[in-house]
Design a protein around this ligand. Structure first.
Ligand SMILES: CC(C)(COP(=O)(O)OP(=O)(O)OC[C@H]1O[C@@H](n2cnc3c(N)ncnc32)[C@H](O)[C@@H]1OP(=O)(O)O)[C@@H](O)C(=O)NCCC(=O)NCCS
Length: 171
């Protein structure tokens, strides 16, 4: 089932999304803001990764679609059905689609799905302290900062703090 927001549609990843995913994984601006890192990824490696991702009931990966275009990805990972928790991630093609409210709508839409359909209880996000946009994004969506993990990542030539945000389902 596609997940429908006010501005975005969240749908399954198709093989034809390979180039968007490749742009996102290889974009230095995006990598400087997210928890993960990778060596440069080739088109062939991306294609093989696409063949591997499926059937994992503890990870929900979606393409963010807006303006009839794939503009990014969002993920619920570490879905723990007993404790009702999961981690949320998002990354978008910033130059063309950033700062238009698509990130906010994606997080709100995925939260609604996680709480109402998957019946999860708490969702958390790990955010680099220097990622002001993401901190605003999660705060605007109702997340609360629980604390700071000191110098947890090495980014852009130095160790950076990571902030833990979470939101509890109040329904
Ligand atoms: C984080 C991200 C998903 C936000 O998506 P987005 O669609 O640009 O966000 P929105 O348009 O919904 O805006 C969210 C908030 O950030 C602000 N914002 C967005 N882009 C901004 C920019 N370039 N400069 C200043 N503020 C910006 C918005 O004004 C809004 O805050 P406000 O409502 O309090 O004014 C996007 O920037 C991204 O993909 N970044 C790279 C990957 C990343 O950091 N992922 C998150 C890891 S935790």
């Amino acid at each position: 089932m596609n997940i429908v927001g006010e501005k975005v549609l969240l749908r399954a990843i198709e093989y034809t999304d390979k180039d968007v995913l490749l742009n996102l994984i290889n974009d230095p601006n995006v990598e400087s803001m997210v928890m993960g890192w990778s060596f440069p990824v080739s088109s062939d490696q991306q294609a093989k990764w696409l063949e591997r991702i499926n059937e994992d009931k503890n990870t929900l990966r979606v393409i963010i679609e807006a303006e009839h275009t794939a503009i990014g990805t969002a993920v619920l990972s570490n879905i723990d059905y007993k404790n009702g928790s999961a981690e949320i991630h998002i990354k978008m093609l910033l130059e063309k689609y950033g700062n238009k409210g698509y990130g906010t709508d994606t997080i709100k839409t995925l939260l609604k799905y996680a709480f109402s359909e998957l019946r999860l209880h708490s969702i958390y996000a790990l955010v680099c302290e220097h990622n002001d946009i993401s901190r605003r994004l999660f705060a605007n969506c109702g997340f609360v900062c629980e604390g700071t993990m000191r110098e947890r990542l090495f980014k852009n030539g130095g160790y950076v703090n990571v902030m833990m945000y979470s939101i509890i389902n109040q329904a």
